[in-house]
Design a protein around this ligand. Structure first.
Ligand code: FAE
Length: 547
């Protein structure tokens, strides 16, 4: 049963005028100290940074999909919003003239506070490919959570900075298992279309696809899928497909065709910085503090919440600790970030009335990777677009949806590579460990076995048909399955369990979850369109009834 006790912190006690009152005067211009000044934008970001003692009508923790939707819609409704983001602004070019590092040459910009890269594909031809890098607040976090490495984007834009942009709406017949308490009719009529439009989702031009050199790998993937009787589907993306065609024609600087993806994309991808966040900033009512990390949220005397924030430098050290107040707080720190915060705040007495569902229902979207070694007459191409555009749909029969993914090494590898999303039933839980002072996740590596079995329903059959074998050199020596990681963390503050059916946290009025933590572990396809659509649905209701 959900606990529904409500603490005496109802922001409805705060007058509507105060809630909607401007905050721009409160956010004075402060210079970022030390390294942070060089990392963040010297202009907009520095001017926006939150000051100690500030009062904020709506504070959003995190700038990924959920946070960006909340910020835009609140601002459009007249509410001043401040977004707190632990990562960098990613709006200033480095010494090479580019904002983001290339996948083939990782540098300090590539990883979040690591001294060595942690590449998802750790080996090539059996040899380890990780290398030393300077420790820095880089863009990709490879967070080691015991039995699994959870990859996440860090910076203004969250996961949209590092992801493949694959923007997939689940098949309607699968939606009931994805979000059982949500009416599919309203999602498919209103919120999925709104999300797709807001994100700028589109599909590759099928005519261009047939001859594009950079999609030879996808055409080989399609041929092999179809010869084994599996449907191949085009997968929409937020990449600017017209730009990619120009990249191929050699008329613009290359981005997808230069292998950019995991460490950011310098040109063609429509990350949130170019869509929701740009629109939110354009309202004049949204400000952002990069390199700021929320560490505590607790009821404030007199209503609203006290929020404690560490400002950090690009070495990860705290340079200032700021305490501010907010009438409403939106947790949008991503599935892992939101879950860890809530579990800690409940256990350590800051938010004791959160219910026992907090931390539960976490899943990895069934992610598992593998490669296949093709025959010499099936080359996959030296030039590969880093943006996948197709997948193999065996969800109904075998519980797997496999992206035909690139292996943009710049050389012919004769390899086909796949990221499968599977119907893995295992769910993990975050709990607070007072001894280590950390929220821990009890996922176990062996829990990936169902995912491997489901992916094999596709690839065993293709290998048998084609007379090919699995690659064993990409994740170690003689290791077929990339079963140690996920790109798609989901759950930990599940909708209608830890929260009500619109993301309002049980136990506290004015606290909301609005990110991937709401989704119970699996979306049957890549998750960000569903995260965005659910956020659109929930914020519409919250604005209509709570403000
Ligand atoms: P998210 O985008 O993770 O944003 C959370 C933000 O909160 C981050 O910017 C954090 O730095 C920040 N944060 C965390 N804790 C704090 C704190 N305490 N204080 C301040 N800020 C904090 O959350 N999905 C797809 O649908 N298609 C794809 O093609 C795809 N490819 C992917 C490839 C990679 C390599 C990765 C890592 C992910 C991929 N994903 C993909 C997953 C997708 O990016 C992810 O589901 C969403 O970004 C999650 O959105 P949220 O709003 O939940």
């Amino acid at each position: 049963m959900s606990q529904t006790t409500v603490q005496d912190n109802d922001p409805r006690g705060v007058s509507r005028r105060r809630f909607i009152a401007g905050t721009s005067s409160i956010f004075g211009v402060v210079a970022l100290a030390g390294h942070a000044a060089a990392a963040a934008s010297p202009t907009a970001a520095a001017a926006d940074v939150i000051t100690p003692g500030a009062h904020v009508p709506a504070l959003v923790i995190g700038t990924g999909y959920g946070g960006s939707v909340a910020a835009l819609r609140l601002a459009e409704a007249g509410v001043d919003v401040h977004m707190i983001e632990m990562g960098m602004a990613w709006d200033t070019p480095g010494p090479d003239g580019k904002i983001f590092a290339n996948t083939t040459s990782p540098d300090q910009r590539s990883y979040w506070l690591r001294t060595r890269t942690k590449q998802p594909l750790s080996n090539f031809l059996g040899f380890p490919i990780d290398r030393d890098i300077p420790r820095y607040t880089g863009i990709l976090d490879a967070e080691e959570m015991g039995g699994i490495i959870v990859y996440q984007g860090r910076g203004v834009g969250g996961g949209s900075l590092v992801n493949g942009g694959m923007a997939v709406t689940p098949r309607r017949e699968n939606f009931g298992a994805v979000l059982p308490s949500v009416d599919p009719a309203e999602m498919y009529a209103t919120y999925y279309p709104r999300a797709n439009q807001g994100l700028g989702v589109a599909t590759v031009n099928p005519t261009w696809f047939e001859t594009a050199e950079c999609y030879q790998y996808a055409r080989v993937g399609r041929k092999h899928a179809q010869r084994s009787g599996f449907p191949f589907v085009f997968v929409p993306d937020v990449y600017d497909w017209g730009y990619m065609e120009q990249e191929a024609a050699g008329t613009v600087p290359r981005s997808a065709l230069a292998g950019e993806i995991l460490y950011g994309n310098n040109y063609g991808k429509k990350s949130l910085q170019k869509t929701y966040i740009a629109r939110a900033r354009a309202t004049g009512k949204v400000t952002i503090s990069p390199l700021h990390k929320v560490t505590s949220v607790a009821p404030a005397t007199g209503g609203g919440y006290t929020v404690v924030i560490d400002q950090i430098d690009t070495g990860g050290a705290t340079t200032a600790t700021k305490t501010v107040t907010a009438d409403r707080v939106f947790f949008a720190a991503g599935s892992v970030g939101t879950s860890k915060l809530l579990v800690r705040l409940k256990a350590t007495g800051a938010l004791p009335a959160l219910n026992d569902e907090v931390g539960k229902g976490w899943g990895d979207n069934g992610n598992v990777m593998c490669g296949r070694a093709n025959h010499m007459w099936d080359p996959t191409g030296k030039l590969q677009s880093s943006i996948p555009c197709g997948g193999i749909d065996n969800w109904a029969a075998g519980g797997a949806f496999a992206e035909v993914a690139p292996l943009p090494t710049g050389i012919e590898t004769y390899a086909s590579f796949y990221l499968s999303i599977t119907k893995n039933p295992n769910r993990a839980q975050f709990t607070w460990n007072p001894a280590s002072g950390k929220a821990e996740l009890n996922w176990q590596t062996a829990w990936k076995q169902p995912s491997i079995d489901m992916a094999k329903t596709i690839f065993d059959k293709i290998n048998a048909k084609e007379g090919t074998i699995y690659r064993t050199d990409l994740f170690g020596t003689y290791k077929i399955w990339g079963d140690h990681l996920t790109y798609h963390p989901l759950g930990g503050a599940v909708l209608d369990k830890a929260t009500d059916n619109y993301g309002r946290l049980h136990g506290y009025r004015g606290l909301y979850v609005i990110d991937g933590a709401l989704i119970p572990g699996n979306t049957s396809v890549n998750p960000f369109v569903t995260i965005t659509a659910l956020a659109e649905r929930n914020i519409e209701r919250i604005i209509a009834t709570d403000l």
